[in-house]
Design a protein around this ligand. Structure first.
Ligand SMILES: [Zn+2]
Length: 470
């Protein structure tokens, strides 16, 4: 099926076809359908063999600790109304509320929209958030489409009568930032560095506290949607702490090829949720101030995949052909100052020594310098802003040594990786059919984003600084 978001831009809503719930899924290319009943219900989680040994042991240990069977939701237990922000949502209904980021008697309370789909049957609470960074629009767009009348097939919206559990959709968390088209809150702070927040501290910390207490911590699962910060763009990818058993499961269920194993920055929603034992994954796709149709479509498929794998909505999750489980990366940097022209977009597979970008300088007309890659791999993020100085990162590369054949098979004629879901409805396949490919190394600076120079203070660091000043 063609990509509806890309090829039929005039359609009011994307039409996401899905496996028909009443038909057993069949493998594409196979004539014999796979009987579902024979599938193991709770398969042990696989840890890629080639993940660096130390990290592999950490993950295995953590997975063992929590190896109890997943929670079963009793159908006979009384399933009550869902309470959120002082409001009640009856089972089997959808409610749209406005939730105030600030509880104030006078002044702006910053209401944000939240849609709650409270299922007719018991199940987990899944909170899906966008625009914690106010200018990252892939999240808000994907979450708007998630409520579309044809999201799970022609004329099929998510029906609360068929939902087991509660889906809470928060398309724009940082409304003050969104209104100003800014990543930050009004006090210039990064909301995603201040969780779990503090009700007596600065504005951003107070908002984080309220969100954490009332929206995020009463969740079983969180999916947080992001895009790259201004000046760069991400190919669709999941970031997760693979040592958290439930997050690990959600990350795989999301169904996109690239999974970066990292803890997340201090004060981020993901790290805070992880520490509190709540499953949380971050999706990254596209760039700030951009509407990236492919990133939006993959986000929608991914959310549906996670909801299906949790049995919150009916149907079967689709899975990619392979997963790159990455624990490290290589930064491509400019050795020159000037204006950058990136020749290989994010998502390109590049060969060792390949020309990735050129740098020119209007002060030296006619001169052009080349930036070549030191190693082969997948470019997961590139700079989009042309200004560079020597040392500026211009790309973020996953060096790929293992599984090369598998990866190459999914490249288009331009050398771009065709992501699951990018070319239409992704196929269903067994989890055992997926090849796990590890990318070894370390995250320079501790986080996949650190080398872009974005190291906003966390609440703890800022408080330490304030204390020093007094
Ligand atoms: Zn973000």
């Amino acid at each position: 099926m063609p990509n509806p978001l890309i090829t039929h831009a005039s359609q009011p809503y994307p039409l996401v076809a899905s496996s028909n719930d009443s038909d057993p899924p069949s493998r594409r290319g196979d004539t014999i359908p796979v009987p579902r009943a024979k599938r193991r219900r709770h398969q042990p989680l696989k840890v890629a063999n080639q993940i660096p040994q130390i990290r592999r042991k950490e993950i295995e240990k953590a997975l063992e600790k929590g190896s109890k069977t997943p929670e079963k939701w009793s159908r006979s237990s009384s399933w009550k109304s869902h309470r959120i922000g002082g409001k009640l949502v009856k089972p089997g209904t959808v409610r749209h509320i406005e939730y105030d980021l600030m509880d104030v008697e006078i002044g702006e309370s910053w209401p944000i929209p939240i849609t709650i789909i409270h299922g007719a049957r018991p199940g987990p609470v899944v909170t899906i958030s966008g625009a914690i960074h106010g200018n990252e629009l892939v999240g808000p767009l994907a979450l708007t489409y998630l409520r579309a009348p044809s999201i799970i097939g022609e004329d099929k919206a998510i029906d609360p009568a068929l939902v087991a559990g509660t889906i809470r959709i928060v398309p724009i968390v940082n409304m003050p930032g969104y209104r100003r088209r800014s990543r930050y809150m009004t006090d210039g702070r990064d909301l995603n560095r201040f969780f779990p927040g503090n009700e007596d501290s600065n504005t951003t910390s107070r908002v984080a506290h309220r969100l954490w207490q009332e929206i995020f911590s009463p969740s079983d699962h969180i999916i947080d949607l992001h895009s790259a910060a201004l000046g760069r763009t991400n190919m669709p990818q999941i970031r997760v702490n693979l040592a958290n058993r439930l997050s690990n499961r959600s990350a795989r269920a999301f169904g996109t090829e690239v999974i970066l194993d990292s803890e997340g920055p201090r004060g981020s929603l993901r790290r805070t949720a992880d520490d509190a034992g709540i499953s949380c994954i971050t999706y990254e796709g596209g760039g700030a101030d951009e509407s990236d149709p492919e990133a939006i479509q993959i986000a929608m498929y991914g959310i549906l995949n996670v909801l299906r794998s949790l049995k919150v909505i009916p149907g079967y999750p689709s899975r990619p052909r392979f997963r790159l489980l990455a624990s490290g990366s290589v930064w491509l940097r400019s050795d020159y100052g000037g204006l950058l022209d990136v020749l290989t977009p994010a998502g390109s597979f590049i060969e060792e020594g390949e020309l990735v970008a050129t740098v020119t300088d209007p002060e030296y007309p006619g001169k052009s310098m080349e930036i070549r890659t030191p190693t082969q791999g997948l470019l997961i993020c590139t700079a989009t802003h042309p200004f560079v100085t020597t040392g500026t990162p211009i790309g973020h590369l996953l060096p790929i040594i293992k599984g090369l054949k598998t990866v190459r098979r999914r490249l288009d004629e331009e050398g771009l990786l065709v992501l699951s879901g990018a070319d239409g409805d992704p196929p269903w396949r067994e989890d055992d059919d997926i090849e796990d490919i590890s990318v070894e190394g370390v995250w320079e600076g501790g986080s996949p984003d650190a080398e872009w120079g974005e190291n906003p203070e966390s609440a703890a660091e800022e408080e330490a600084e304030e204390a020093d000043q007094i």
